[in-house]
Design a protein around this ligand. Structure first.
Ligand code: SF4
Length: 333
């Protein structure tokens, strides 16, 4: 087994102590990266993901984005089987043979899935980011997508926090022509940061540009507000998402969305406090419902697991009562 350390370029200078994490400084974050061989790569889903897809597929164990804002509320950080005592965001195990194992097992898993679940639907990825920093070096996700070109699932959901997904744009475009494919880009809201939390893995503008680029290639691109952050101007945000070609939004509050009914898992993190500092109402489920009511003037809306599964509530027939104000606001920026 080869073991290496390399810098996470997105975070040049992260302090070893998460609490002292400083955006401007980040001096010298490195992460432990190990090459491993996996015995299986397609995991039959249960729990939250069961109504979403038949399988999850994780090219890596661990996530280099764990030290960013999304890592703060990331439910995987609570999975002791994965972390085994390691700091979330400090490690990634690279499944070097993932594409080969996929090709060896896809046919039998597809047979099972079509019989037991109705379709062979893969969520890539549920407990890591397929385009995390290690992907630039190892390209395990790319190899898996290439394998899928030869042996495609019925449905493929690509979930990421970064515009690095565009590194594989032509491959994704090809797969989009041979299976039902959606690219989910996590964009928690219209703020770059929340107070007291580290920066995101990728800027808001870059993620919006990624959505626009995907949409321009006729790829089904979805913005996932997961977990939903307090919004500055919800109408303007959803109008902009629709204008760049986003096909739908998924709205997922940490309450009901973090694997516990009351959001108590996220309650152990700094996220609720950071949200409440900006907008106290945003930590309640009623806030999510209000945002859904606004979003549906602009885009189809999926709520939590239903949204990840591609089940959307349709756009309201009538335009938003503040549409002209929104257009004026955006024109004046
Ligand atoms: S990118 Fe996804 S898996 Fe990685 S830390 Fe963020 S939320 Fe967790």
């Amino acid at each position: 087994m080869d073991r290496r350390e390399f810098d996470v370029e997105t975070f040049p200078g992260k302090s070893r102590d998460r609490r002292e994490f400083d955006v401007e400084a980040f001096p010298g974050k490195s992460m432990d990266c190990r090459e491993i061989q996996c015995r299986s790569i397609l995991t039959r889903t249960s729990g939250y993901l069961k109504p979403v897809c038949s399988h999850s597929l994780n090219p890596y164990l661990g996530c280099g984005f764990g030290i960013s804002s999304c890592g703060e509320g990331c439910y995987v950080r609570f999975n002791r089987w994965i972390t085994r005592g390691r700091e979330w965001g400090s490690f990634a195990e690279v499944k070097m043979n993932a594409a080969r194992v996929y090709l060896d097992t896809a046919a039998s898993e597809a047979k099972w899935a079509r019989f037991a679940r109705g379709a062979f639907a893969i969520f890539l990825a549920s407990s890591t980011d397929p385009w995390q920093p290690a992907e630039t070096r190892y390209r395990v996700t790319r190899q898996i997508l290439q394998a899928m070109r030869d042996c495609p699932p019925d449905t493929l959901i690509l979930q990421t926090h970064t515009d690095k997904v565009l590194d594989d744009l032509s491959l994704i475009e090809t797969l989009s022509g041979i299976c039902e494919l959606r690219v989910h880009i996590s964009i928690e809201g219209d703020r770059e940061r929340l107070p007291g939390l580290p920066p995101p893995p990728c800027t808001l503008d870059r993620r919006l540009t990624a959505l626009e680029t995907l949409a321009s290639r006729n790829i089904f691109a979805v913005a996932c507000l997961s977990p939903l952050y307090p919004l500055q101007n919800a109408d303007a945000f959803f109008y902009r998402l629709a204008a760049i070609g986003t096909r739908a939004v998924v709205i997922d509050h940490f309450i009901e969305g973090d694997g516990t009914r009351d959001g108590s898992r996220t309650g152990q993190t700094r996220l609720p406090e950071a949200m409440a500092r900006v907008c106290p109402e945003s930590v309640k489920l009623e806030y999510r419902d209000r945002v859904i009511g606004i979003a549906r003037h602009y885009l189809p809306v999926g709520i939590s697991a239903d949204g990840f599964a591609g089940r959307y509530r349709p756009v309201f027939p009538e335009p938003s009562p503040v549409l002209n104000t929104v257009k004026g606001f955006l024109a004046g920026r």
